[in-house]
Ligand binder design. Structure first.
Ligand code: ADP
Ligand code: ZN
Ligand code: MG
Length: 492
């Protein structure tokens, strides 16, 4: 075990990290990539297997068209060029969870190449290149617990063997753990929009290997990299990279060299450990898979796939900002998933003031859902309810405070807004102006300087008075009414 001396800010500044990520995404097909076994997660071990995925002699793979379609959709969404012809290859290695002794993957002619993802970093945009996206089959799983003799034996579950994966390899374009985190966030968002994977890290349907090296700033050549494998959250990937950067720097500063190797991250300790020296490509003895024809995705099929893609996150955010006049921050939150964006847009289109809907959805709906640990689909308030309530506030029929109270009741009673609004007897905020007038008089008496400014022509002072009255009424007052009363008094 190596202990790492803390690396000073100066030393950190002297080196530049270089990061490239390899992400495996499980494709949401019903059956496996080369046989008709189910891909269902969580079934009893070794129940979804057949001679093909067990690798029995003589069994032949038949390519699942849906897997190709899903991978190509992901590739197009990631701005890749899809190769009309790609080739499956055998990647040979020995491991207990790989019954055939080789994995069917793609090597020198992958399904797609030359893509990119644009990330937001340091207030600007940066393109991270995607080297390739290829199709391959998943391996099985070694089990170390949950069965008799688990202390002495390892069991193998081959249900996952042959589940289709898209492997997405980035260029070594990232320069900090934050950029890596941002890349993964965007990548997951795009894949989720396409619907080809659920990207569930706990269930292993998104897995990431992080490659990292450092070099003295100004040096052109890359340093020797290490690869941190199978870290199961984006946050842990960032932590593992931060740890590796410091480790690389302290090794180099001590005059030693970085060993090219595969390492594992221990999230409890926040450290990585060497696992095995890195295989070289020639160790895998890649050769073309003789049991499968070259894969052809012709121009027409590509065009059909492209046309079937939904609007992607980046474009959707831009459009939502323009169409509804919402901020970058609003758009980022509201377009995080396709479902949320769809919901928001249905309410925004139905309501008079889309900006109010954006605020309501974020602070009143998402806030309450989060506090109660509920998913969007579990919200008692429908988007029609959001639109209706937004319009009530807009017209001054109810106050913002009343809306909040009504929403609380919706969540308590698990009922939609219109029902609760009726149950409560369609409450309206008071149009009684006597209290308002009293508040206005008090304010005017207490703030002669502001009154003078207003009367001297600084009409924006009205906002100050409105704000004070709203505050004094604890948000209960009807803003339009407050406006009228104050204007009358100030002008008078
Ligand atoms: P290998 O042959 O070791 O698998 P590849 O060239 O296929 O290496 O690259 C694997 C991943 O490692 C890619 O995501 C790539 O961007 C990244 N990578 C390559 N070289 C470096 C480096 N020196 N430092 C950091 N990442 C790197
Ligand atoms: Zn099978
Ligand atoms: Mg490689």
């Amino acid at each position: 075990m190596v202990t790492i001396p803390a690396v000073s800010e100066d030393l950190l500044a002297k080196y530049e990290p270089v990061i490239g990520l390899e992400v495996h995404v499980q494709l949401l097909t019903a059956s496996k990539i080369f046989c008709s076994c189910s891909t269902r997660f969580g079934d009893p071990p070794n129940t979804n297997v057949c001679p093909v995925c067990l690798g029995l002699p003589g069994a032949l793979p038949v390519l699942n068209r849906k897997a190709v379609e899903f991978a190509a959709l992901a590739a197009i969404a990631l701005q890749c060029r899809v190769n009309e012809t790609s080739i499956f290859a055998r990647k040979n290695y020995f491991y207990p969870d790989l019954p055939k002794g080789y994995q069917i993957s793609q090597y020198d002619k992958p399904l797609a190449e030359h893509g990119f993802i644009e990330i937001d970093i340091h207030g600007g945009k940066k393109k991270i290149g995607i080297t390739r996206l290829h199709l391959e089959e998943d391996a099985g799983k070694s089990l170390h617990e949950g069965f008799p003799d688990a202390s002495e034996k390892t069991a193998i579950d081959l249900n996952r063997t042959g589940v289709p994966l898209a492997e997405i390899v980035s260029e070594p374009d990232m320069r900090s753990p934050d950029e890596a985190y941002e890349y993964l966030t965007r990548l997951k968002e795009i894949i989720l929009y396409t619907g080809v994977s659920d990207c569930n890290m706990e269930e292993g349907s998104l897995r990431c290997d992080a490659n990292i090296s450092v070099r003295p700033r100004g040096q052109k050549e890359f340093g020797t990299k290490t690869e941190v494998k199978n870290v199961n959250s984006f946050r842990f990937i960032r932590e593992a990279l931060e740890y590796e950067i410091e480790r690389h720097i302290s090794v180099l500063e001590s005059g030693a060299k970085i060993t090219q190797e595969t390492r594992l991250y221990n999230a409890n300790e926040g450290k990585t450990y060497g696992m095995r020296s890195k295989e070289q490509a020639h160790d895998y003895r890649y050769f073309p898979e003789p049991d499968l024809l070259p894969l052809v995705v012709d121009a027409q099929w590509q065009a059909e796939l492209r046309a079937s893609l939904p609007e992607l996150p980046e474009a959707r955010r831009e459009r939502m900002m323009k169409e509804y006049g919402i901020t970058v921050g609003d758009a980022a939150t509201l377009a995080r998933t396709r479902a949320l964006a769809d919901q928001f847009e249905s309410a925004a289109r139905a309501a008079k003031n889309p900006k109010r809907v954006a605020n309501l959805v974020q602070s009143e709906i998402l806030g309450r859902l989060k506090a109660q640990g509920l998913e969007l689909e579990q919200s008692p308030i429908s988007m029609a309810g959001v639109a209706a309530s937004a319009d009530l506030v807009e017209s001054g029929a109810i106050s913002g405070k009343m809306l909040k109270d009504l929403y609380d009741l919706c969540f308590e009673r698990n009922k939609d807004f219109s029902m609760v609004y009726d149950e409560e007897g369609r409450p309206e905020q008071s149009r009684d102006t006597s209290t308002l007038e009293r508040l206005a008089d008090e304010l005017i008496a207490a703030n002669p300087k502001q009154v003078e400014q207003y009367r001297a022509g600084k009409k924006t002072m009205l906002g100050f008075f409105v704000g004070q009255v709203m505050k004094a009424s604890k948000g209960q007052a009807n803003p339009q009414l407050v406006n009228e009363v104050l204007t009358k008094k100030l002008e008078g």
